[in-house]
Design a protein. Structure first.
Length: 258
């Protein structure tokens, strides 16, 4: 039985994760971490046996896996806490800096605690990132457009940043066309990450979507993925919970365990 602590259980993803755990016989939701939540098991689909912890230092029980769907400003501390307490982190929360990721990978190697940070648990997004890396070898000129629901707290998305990083790692940066556009409206060319322009759209009705546009001489290639429902992330979360203890350090990306 995999004993799970879920952080962010009141949120959109947290509620989906509770259903996933409750519907899998090899998983047990043993605790939830929620600094702002007063006890209200029924409202959040929790059985009364599940402990609600309001601060990290209350967490004294043993857990196997820490599932995190919280907020960018909480995720580093949470992941560090999990690794330091020999709990395997399965991290979906976006917004962790490269420096923090590097530090936690190093900590996980020292402690030999396997874990995963997945910028995206959806297969369509994982494949889009893989294909973008391949396309970037032939089309070095590329831009990323991500589109999300209006409640998303961070921009650009973790998936978009990871896509830009993969493009930057796979293309010949000396072959990228010069861009001397004069920005008449600040921000109109988006932000740049590893030299790749990234644009973020926030609109009601959307869930999570991404396009990567590659341009070449007289031709273009467009890659697109759409998550129409948050349930689309749960297959990836399930695999991560089941396989994370096979790892001996923290890895970035679901593709590492598929
Ligand atoms: N990797 C992936 O495939 C996916 C990742 N995500 C990411 O997951 C995260 C959560 O998304 P979503 O569920 O939509 O967001 P929500 O805003 O719906 O939920 C956020 C949750 O985090 C809790 N929370 C807020 N502050 C803290 C804190 N300081 N410490 C611990 N918990 C806190 C909230 O509790 P309260 O309201 O009580 O403060 C709430 O339960 C985001 O970063 C998002 O980008 C989302 C979808 C897929
Ligand atoms: O906030 C979301 O919704 C999502 N966040 C993740 C991200 O920042 O990439 C994954 C997915 O895009 C949904």
């Amino acid at each position: 039985m995999i004993k799970i602590l879920l952080a962010g259980f009141t949120g959109s993803m947290g509620q989906k994760a509770i259903n996933l755990i409750n519907n899998n016989d090899d998983m047990q939701l043993s605790g939830v971490y929620a600094p702002h939540c007063t006890e209200d098991h029924a409202k959040y689909n929790l059985s009364n046996e599940v402990n609600i912890y309001n601060s990290l230092n209350q967490i004294t029980d043993n857990f196997d896996v820490w599932v995190d769907f919280t907020q960018p400003d909480a995720v580093y501390e949470n992941t560090k806490f999990a690794i330091e307490h020999n709990i395997h982190p399965v991290i979906g929360t976006s917004g962790m800096s490269d420096e923090h990721q590097k530090e936690l990978i190093s900590l996980s190697k020292d402690k030999q605690v396997g874990g995963i940070i997945a910028p995206n648990f959806g297969l369509s997004a994982v494949l889009l990132m893989k294909f973008a890396g391949e396309a970037a070898k032939y089309f070095p000129d590329a831009e990323v457009i991500e589109m999300h629901h209006q409640d998303k707290k961070d921009a650009p998305s973790g998936t978009a940043l990871n896509t830009a990083k993969i493009i930057g790692q796979n293309r010949d940066n000396s072959a990228v066309s010069d861009d001397e556009t004069k920005d008449n409206l600040s921000g109109s060319r988006g932000g740049t990450y590893d030299g790749v322009h990234v644009h973020a759209v926030r609109l009601p009705g959307y869930v999570a979507h991404e396009q990567v546009l590659f341009g070449g001489a007289g031709e273009a290639l467009t890659l697109r993925q759409d998550s129409f429902d948050r349930g689309s992330f749960m297959k990836g979360v399930k695999v991560a919970i089941q396989k994370v203890s096979d790892l001996d350090h923290l890895v970035i990306g679901l593709e590492n365990i598929l």
